[in-house]
Write a protein that binds this ligand. Structure first.
Ligand code: FPP
Length: 233
């Protein structure tokens, strides 16, 4: 199936709402944390596949500002998986030419996470093949509020979209071309509200731990048949 991909029609920026870890575990009679663990393995494979196929920016929704409402054990387990991932995969990301970046209210996170985030960003900063953006303590509305606060604090004028974009967490990040959400939920859940204004949306029933190269390829092929008009005719 992958050979049917037209490299000239690949989305440059793919964003993924990785949903369904909890249900994956429940279906197997396992604690939710097992679903996140399996989800972290999917993250690893997805990154490699995206980079090899030629995606330039891959954004993953790892932890939302709303996810603090989950049981403490689950929150800690997600953070643990994330920190383990960063600490153990830096060399591999460097070899792949992947630049790791984070967006969200990172300053509110515990020190051990901030240290890991900083190390991950610094050590992979020369990666040229793909940007991997991990949204952490992130929400689209919070990003917009933080942008407005920054504008007021720094006395910046906003006269154009470009002026506003320059206030976002990662101003150089292009808009999302393709947004994928797994697990059958058909909603945006406060992810990258500014950047998805003209994204193509792809929803699949597959739960995140079961998402694989075949499912990713299906989403990319679907995207290639979309006609993007951006409001024109
Ligand atoms: C959504 O499933 C998943 C999350 C909120 C956590 C995502 C985190 C990971 C995959 C682990 C680490 C991440 C990286 C980048 C290494 P859910 O729990 O909402 O599932 P449910 O809707 O079935 O309950």
């Amino acid at each position: 199936m992958i050979k049917n991909l037209d490299k000239s029609k690949l989305p440059k920026h793919v964003a993924i709402i990785m949903d369904g870890n909890g249900r994956w575990a429940k279906l197997r009679g396992l604690p939710r944390v097992f679903g996140h663990r399996e989800g972290a393995k999917t993250v690893e494979k997805t990154i490699r596949f995206a980079r090899n196929v030629g995606i330039k920016h891959l954004s993953l929704f790892a932890f939302s500002t709303e996810n603090w409402g989950r049981p403490k054990d689950e929150v800690n387990a997600i953070f643990g998986l994330l920190v383990d991932y960063i600490n153990s995969k830096i060399d591999e990301l460097k070899e792949l030419g992947v630049r790791l970046r984070f967006m969200g209210r990172i300053e509110e996170l515990p020190d051990y996470i901030k240290e890991s985030v900083k190390k991950g960003e610094e050590e992979t900063s020369s990666g040229k093949d793909m940007d991997l953006i991990v949204a952490l303590n992130y929400s689209g509305k919070a990003e917009i509020i933080d942008a407005v606060k920054k504008a007021v604090l720094e006395g910046r004028n906003i006269n154009s979209e470009e002026d506003f974009r320059n206030l976002l967490y990662l101003p150089d990040l292009p808009d999302v071309d393709l947004l994928i959400r797994t697990s059958g939920e058909i909603r945006i859940s406060n992810f990258m509200l500014w950047q998805i204004a003209y994204s193509e949306l792809y929803f699949t029933e597959v739960l995140w731990p079961d998402f694989n190269e075949r499912e990713f390829t299906k989403a990319l092929l679907d995207y290639q048949y979309r006609e993007r008009r951006f409001g024109k005719i």
